[in-house]
Design a protein around this ligand. Structure first.
Ligand SMILES: [Zn+2]
Length: 131
């Protein structure tokens, strides 16, 4: 069961205790029940905050795992064509996308009527290569 739902159950139970404390009429008992109720309320708030922090941490882990995976793919080789190539990957890769953000972006071929600007183009940063 969800921690917040469990704490809500405890809060509901402490509400019943509070009603009982009124009937009993003992001041110390009333005080204790009030303390219990307030501590449970704090615990519920704290749990909600922890849930948010956990979700953020999990997002961060996923991002880092993706970066580690990309690092494991290896460093590129700068070829005589002025592009990068990666071991085990076919095609040519953008040098600026890798140098700036370590993103492996495969270059696409330019159509013949535009190849005066270059033979290949990065679909991400639009850089031209092989001119
Ligand atoms: Zn690029």
């Amino acid at each position: 069961m969800d921690i917040i739902a469990l704490l809500q159950q405890a809060l509901d139970a402490s509400n019943k205790l509070r009603d009982l404390a009124k009937k009993v009429g003992d001041a110390d008992f009333k005080m204790l029940v009030a303390d219990l109720h307030s501590a449970l309320g704090d615990a519920k708030l704290e749990s909600a905050e922890l849930k948010l922090k956990l979700a953020a941490a999990q997002d961060q882990i996923a991002l880092l795992q993706a970066q580690v995976k990309q690092k494991a793919a290896g460093k590129p080789t700068y070829t005589s064509e002025g592009v990068y190539s990666f071991d085990g990957e076919t095609g040519r890769f953008c040098t600026s996308c890798w140098d700036v953000g370590e993103r492996q972006v495969r270059l696409t071929s330019m159509s013949p009527e535009f190849d005066f600007a270059g033979k290949w183009k990065c679909p991400k940063c639009k850089a031209h290569y092989g001119a």
